[in-house]
Ligand binder design. Sequence first.
Ligand code: OSB
Ligand code: MG
Length: 368
Amino acid sequence: MTIERAELRWVRLELRERFESSAGGRRERPVLLLSLESGDTVGWAECVALPEPYYSYETTETAWHILTEHLLPSVVGITFSSPSDVLRPAERIRGHPMARATVEMAAWDLSARLEGRSLADAVGGTRRSVEAGVSVGFQTDDGELFEKVGSWIEQGYGRIKVKIGPGRDVEMLRRVRSRFPDVALAADGNGSYSLADAARLRELDELNLTMLEQPLAWDDLRDHARLQAGIRTPICLDESIRSVNDLLLALDLDACRIVNVKPGRVGGLANAIAIHDVCRERGVPAWVGGMLESGIGRSHNVALASLPGFTLPGDLSESRRYWTRDLVTPEFELVDGRLAVPDGLGIGVAPDLERIEALTVRKAVIPS
Ligand code: OSB
Ligand code: MG
């Protein structure tokens, strides 16, 4: 497969409602869309970097820069035998996993299409549908929170994850738990606590949470291990796991007992699959996280989530939980608490080119 041409677009999207967490708040959710062409075949992917460097150091702007100035010029014009080789010419570029993942994931879609199969099949997926969970941002009051959680449970989501942070945690979750005693409930701190909060976080043990996601800093495995030693609630790491090596270290330290896998955060699908494989071998529950993706990023996440080691519901919600209208057809829809894994060619959903064009505010073509 030869990548002959690349198009990168900055697409302005707006969420249906503001989404707020300890990693920042937003209504605007610009995404970068990449298409890679080989003959008449086009592979698509979405860059999940956010506008501000609060979840990770990457931003929409840094990803634009790295993609247009470094990554794309080094891979366009080159012939590859497999999508896991596509980043080889870019090996000397350090970091920037979300920018790298964009290229790698578009190459996966392209390669699956050229091979005449679905992306889910290409990554080794074994399920036809995946369990959906939902992630709930901070709400203005309990009434609003209860209403949303109640409606999502009714819609069939199999796990509700509530964003928490210092001052908006134990009491709030206690109220959610007493209102919804049986729901699979998780909490995500997005790195907003320190080990000094251990006593407070230990109070969560009484609430029977499925997991406590990334309570401590993104670069602090040692303190996560200390925290885990003192609480019963399983810690799930998100921001801290950027590679297989991070995972192996985290498991050796017992810094987490569950893993959130996001292909953007770990530099692409090949690394995400490798992390999945280690989790599966070691019996560590894993699930596919989300970054408020459009249908293009979601299609990659859903394909990934069809692997057998993803044993917990992902942050994979239907299109209308995020968007008034998605960028793909058909949109992702919840059926019996699950999203169908597209079985058409590649990502299996069609980018809505007209709508994408209308929302594009910046475009780069390589070679120009
Ligand atoms: O920490 O998992 C997170 C969204 C943006 C950045 C980080 C996170 C999130 C979410 C939303 O929790 C997950 C989704 O896409 O539904
Ligand atoms: Mg998280």
